[in-house]
Design a protein around this ligand. Structure first.
Ligand SMILES: C[S@@+](CC[C@H](N)C(=O)[O-])C[C@H]1O[C@@H](n2cnc3c(N)ncnc32)[C@H](O)[C@@H]1O
Length: 266
């Protein structure tokens, strides 16, 4: 595996043990009591999954994967973090919801997992960890059954170029993919103040055109693309959580922070 992805994997292994201690972000107690971690956007836009074979890419420790299973899907979750997959398997047993979890780098998954799926799903904080979206599109197409659908709900790439200066939003980064962005920092989206052992990460910025072209190049047909002026976590300190649980920049409802996309395989 690419050395930069190995570095990211060490970070994600560490983040699993951090995220189980962040109930505002990963509410394991409610989940164990039967609640779903899925948000209304993906539940409505993916539609009925009863009896459908669903593959969840970059599933972290599987709360969303198991939530799809609670809605009747036959689920497989995949992630490259061994810690995440071990916890996902434990959770599946603990809550009595059947699921299969596969530990694999996304790009290696076709070598590690057989079968085809009616739905390939991925969400909230996944694309920035992938250096190559053309190969990502090929992996999705590989696993989709004819007539199957791909769905993603994700941070908007416009948000990726924004930062905060003096309480104001500023466009400080590139909208376009300008190669690996190496960062050395503490904290995670679930706990800004956490001190980490694995501080280095590599991320990539992907404009909407690259996302859509990767899917169409892999033979998928885009059914819709939606954009929203809110996102799922406090990306920048000036964002405020609304009663609906989404984070917004006060007074800036004109900036896209989230998108969702559905595509199908003919
Ligand atoms: C932000 S999390 C996804 C969060 C998920 N939507 C949730 O709410 O729990 C990103 C996930 O991508 C995984 N990941 C990052 N790079 C990967 C790669 N190259 N192959 C497979 N999984 C990867 C990480 O281990 C992590 O679990």
């Amino acid at each position: 595996m690419d050395a930069r992805l190995e570095t990211n994997r060490a970070l994600w292994d560490e983040l699993v043990s951090l995220h189980v201690r962040t109930p505002h972000a990963y509410d394991l107690e409610s989940f164990r009591a039967g609640s779903s971690t899925l948000k209304a956007i993906e539940v409505e836009e993916v539609g009925d999954v009863q009896g459908r074979r669903l593959l969840h890419l970059q599933c972290h420790f599987g709360m969303d994967t198991l939530s799809w299973a609670r809605r009747g899907a036959q689920v497989v979750g995949a992630d490259f973090s061994a810690q995440a997959i071990a916890l996902a398997r434990r959770l599946s047993e603990e809550v009595g919801v059947p699921a299969r979890f596969v530990c694999s780098d996304l790009y290696e998954l076709p070598k590690r997992l057989d079968g085809e799926f009616d739905v390939v799903f991925t969400s909230y904080g996944v694309l920035c960890w992938l250096p190559d979206l053309v190969r990502w599109g090929e992996v999705i197409a590989h696993f989709l059954a004819p007539g199957g659908l791909f769905y993603i709900v994700e941070q908007h790439p416009v948000g990726g170029m924004l930062s905060e200066r003096g309480g104001e939003l500023v466009a400080s980064g590139s909208y376009f993919d300008s190669g690996a962005i190496e960062e050395t920092k503490d904290g995670s989206y679930a706990d800004r103040n956490a001190v980490l052992e694995n501080k280095t990460s590599y991320e990539w910025q992907h404009p909407l055109s690259d996302i859509i072209n990767a899917l169409t190049r892999a033979g998928l047909r885009v059914e819709f693309l939606h954009e929203f002026p809110f996102c799922m976590f406090q990306w920048l300190p000036l964002m405020v959580r609304g009663e609906d649980g989404w984070y917004r920049v006060p007074g800036r409802e004109n900036v896209p922070l989230l998108f969702s996309l559905k595509a199908s395989k003919g």
